[in-house]
Design a protein around this ligand. Structure first.
Ligand SMILES: [Zn+2]
Length: 279
């Protein structure tokens, strides 16, 4: 029922936004099967993502050759492999085929944040590492962030924002004609809006999906998904700390930890399977 309802919700945008939408319009979230608004071609999203990623890295100090950088890389490779396997199992392997994974640690203790942009472009700031505590905590955060990318949440947010900003004008044209606005929208949509001073929290639907898929990725990569409960409890204990950028884009709603606990038996099946295969 849920799927059917979202499909109808998605379809009502067709008459609103004109010709362009007839050719694209909807995509499907892996695992949950939810139908989502998608007004931008994947190739365009990837292009914007790569450009934004390059820009952020060029303005940052990237750390290499430290223990923390090595941990981030190791977790990254394992989560990426788990993500590709997961998408193949979901019959959506073509999505990650176009990913070009990168994992970069940015030296900034003031920024408590981590994100994964479309195409597998991942950044962790040193400020979030104490909240991760150890390698499995990094895996929890990365699993969650990669899940946002697999579920194309950035593209969905971009589509929703484009619809609000541009209404029914030809969207494909506007992307080329208004590069600055498009770039700003991409920053907001991909979760790094604070770079331009505008943070847009992920919706509860997106957070729920990223928790579900993220726990499975963490487990499939061989990290104990139960660490997620502790991580989110640490986040929740921060209350309304506005310094905590990660908390601004990922609000810990009242029921979140309870929901994560409910997802745990499913995630643990994958963790046990991993442990059996890697005794
Ligand atoms: Zn999230």
């Amino acid at each position: 029922m849920e799927m059917r309802f979202s499909f109808i919700k998605c379809r009502i945008f067709f008459p609103l936004a004109g010709l362009f939408l007839i050719f694209s319009g909807c995509a499907t979230v892996p695992y949950t099967g939810r139908s989502q608004l998608s007004l931008v071609e994947d190739s365009e999203v990837l292009q914007m993502s790569v450009a934004s990623y390059r820009e952020v890295l060029s303005q940052s100090e990237v750390i290499r050759n430290t223990d923390d950088a090595a941990i981030l890389n190791r977790v990254g490779r394992r989560i990426a492999a788990a993500a590709e396997e997961f998408m193949r199992d979901e019959g959506m392997g073509e999505v990650t085929n176009d990913f070009n994974w990168e994992f970069n640690l940015i030296n900034d203790d003031e920024v408590i944040n981590a994100w994964c942009m479309p195409g597998g472009k991942i950044a962790f700031y040193t400020g979030i590492l104490p909240y991760c505590e150890d390698e499995s905590g990094v895996a929890v955060v990365m699993g969650h962030e990669v899940a946002h990318a697999l579920a194309r949440h950035g593209a969905e947010r971009l589509s929703q924002n484009l619809l609000i900003q541009l209404g029914s004008t030809a969207l494909s044209l506007s992307l080329e004609e208004e590069p600055e606005m498009t770039q700003s929208l991409a920053y907001i949509a991909f979760g790094l809006g604070s770079q331009i001073g505008f943070i847009l929290p992920y919706s509860r639907t997106h957070e729920y999906e990223a928790d579900q898929i993220g726990l499975i990725l963490t487990a499939r990569a061989g990290y104990d998904p139960r660490n997620a409960i502790e991580f989110w409890e640490r986040m929740k204990a921060q209350g309304d700390n506005s310094e905590l950028e990660f908390l601004s884009t990922h609000p810990v709603a009242e029921d979140r930890i309870k929901e994560i606990k409910e997802m745990m038996p499913e995630a643990l099946k994958y963790y046990n399977k991993y442990n059996q295969a890697h005794p």
